[in-house]
Design a protein around this ligand. Structure first.
Ligand SMILES: NC(=O)c1ccc[n+]([C@@H]2O[C@H](COP(=O)([O-])OP(=O)(O)OC[C@H]3O[C@@H](n4cnc5c(N)ncnc54)[C@H](O)[C@@H]3O)[C@@H](O)[C@H]2O)c1
Ligand SMILES: [Zn+2]
Ligand SMILES: [Zn+2]
Length: 379
């Protein structure tokens, strides 16, 4: 079969690889019909690091048609249309019973002290072949795959694999409440949906921050106030001024390690005083009101020097974070994936292209060219 394979920094290729097959009674094999590129894939794409090895199949936002199931898989059968959550979870361990599927004790990567295995996401998270491929072996398929109705286009349901539950969790963790105020840093697919879900939760004021014109415009179309951080001297000061010096009740960091920052940030990274691009996280911590909540859905890895613990303590901020526990939120989200489309999910996909074109669309997505916000690959 054909699959998107990691070869090195800025080098993914569509290679011919062996077809996957059932290996365990709890496996399924799914024929992929749509599979999206995620901002998290850019973390793998944009650097050379030992957790990725040449030949790894990437991708963790797939859906398709069940081809075959192992004998312990009973809730789905061949021919069913399913979305596959990006985390691989057993559904019955201590953590899964507590709805913490991203910490599943059955698939945890204990030797490297990491959480549950993820599709297509490094040798720290199980080295599981990913979903940007014609076929996908789904481990723990007695629990993971979500059966969805026939009829509507794939893009109606595809984002249940990651974007929608991640954004829902980010908003829930940010303690967004009716009448509250919310800032979302980053208006990629995750930030877009965070802003819309925050409105759905009844927030009175939702402000989105980015610098990419079409991303700011997309948020505005959905009733979100926006600030282009590249046009203000100090984004923290600008946001404080918007709340008469109080700050925001809830703040979501939907940027993560690829944050664009100042020259000073790049210099600090170059001399290894700052391991990654933390500017969005620092800004997000800066604009939470005293006693407010910060929710980090952008992905961070590693150890951070210069973490402003004293400020966080003084402001009595609550911080929550982590990979989405996909299955935890599916029952909340599925009823909203209707023809009325209250979350505007139909508006998210900007590019739908054949799997064979993955290399050029990784590049396009990373460089944010051609209005690219979300790419769906069609095997
Ligand atoms: N927690 C989870 O389970 C989970 C799941 C999916 C994605 N993620 C993470 O969420 C983040 C966003 O994902 P995405 O697909 O929307 O990615 P994306 O790269 O499309 O979006 C990031 C956005 O942040 C903007 N940005 C960059 N620097 C900024 C700054 N300093 N201030 C404000 N905005 C800035 C960029 O212009 C871009 O629009 C990524 O870090 C991704 O890894 C986490
Ligand atoms: Zn993703
Ligand atoms: Zn489990």
């Amino acid at each position: 079969m054909k699959a998107v394979v990691w070869h090195g920094k800025h080098d993914v290729r569509v290679d011919e690889v062996p077809d996957p097959r059932i290996e365990e009674p709890t496996d399924a094999v799914v024929r992929i019909t749509s599979t999206a590129i995620c901002g998290s894939d850019l973390h793998l794409y944009s650097k050379l690091w030992p957790a990725m090895r040449e030949g790894d199949i990437v991708g963790h936002e797939p859906m398709g048609i069940v081809e075959e199931v192992g004998r312990d898989v009973t809730h789905i059968r061949p021919g069913d249309r399913v979305v596959v959550p990006f985390n691989i979870a057993c559904g019955s361990c201590f953590q899964c019973k507590a709805d913490m599927h991203s910490q599943c004790e059955t698939t945890q990567n204990k030797s490297v002290r990491k959480g549950a295995s993820l599709f297509g996401y490094t040798h720290l998270y199980g080295a599981v072949p990913g979903g940007q491929a014609e076929f996908l072996r789904v481990p723990q398929a007695h629990f993971g795959p979500i059966k969805v109705p026939e009829g509507p286009p794939d893009t109606r349901f595809l984002y249940l694999s990651d974007v929608l539950p991640t954004s829902w969790q980010a908003v829930a963790y940010a303690d967004v409440h009716p009448g509250g105020s919310v800032t979302v840093f980053g208006l990629g697919p995750i930030g877009q949906m965070c802003a819309r879900i925050a409105r759905h939760f009844g927030a009175e004021r939702v402000v989105g921050i980015d610098q990419v014109p079409e991303r700011l415009a997309m948020a505005q179309r959905h009733g979100v106030e926006t600030v282009d951080f590249s046009t203000v001297d100090d984004i923290t000061d600008a946001l404080w001024a918007m709340t008469d010096g109080r700050g925001f009740d809830s703040v979501v960091d939907a940027v993560g390690m690829e944050a664009a920052g100042s020259l000073a940030d790049s210099v600090l990274q170059a001399v290894k005083l700052q391991p990654d691009k933390l500017v969005a996280l620092h800004n997000a911590m800066g604009v939470v009101r005293r006693g407010g909540t910060l929710s980090i859905s952008g992905v961070y890895g590693g150890v951070f020097p210069a973490f402003p613990l004293g400020d966080i303590f003084d402001k009595q901020i609550t911080i929550r974070m982590g990979q989405a526990n996909v299955r935890r939120w599916v029952d909340d989200i599925l009823p909203l994936l209707t023809d009325e489309d209250p979350l505007g999910v139909g508006d998210l996909t900007t590019h739908e292209v054949p799997l064979a074109e993955a290399p050029e669309y990784y590049k396009l997505f990373q460089e944010k060219r051609d209005g690219c916000i979300k790419v769906v690959l069609k095997p």
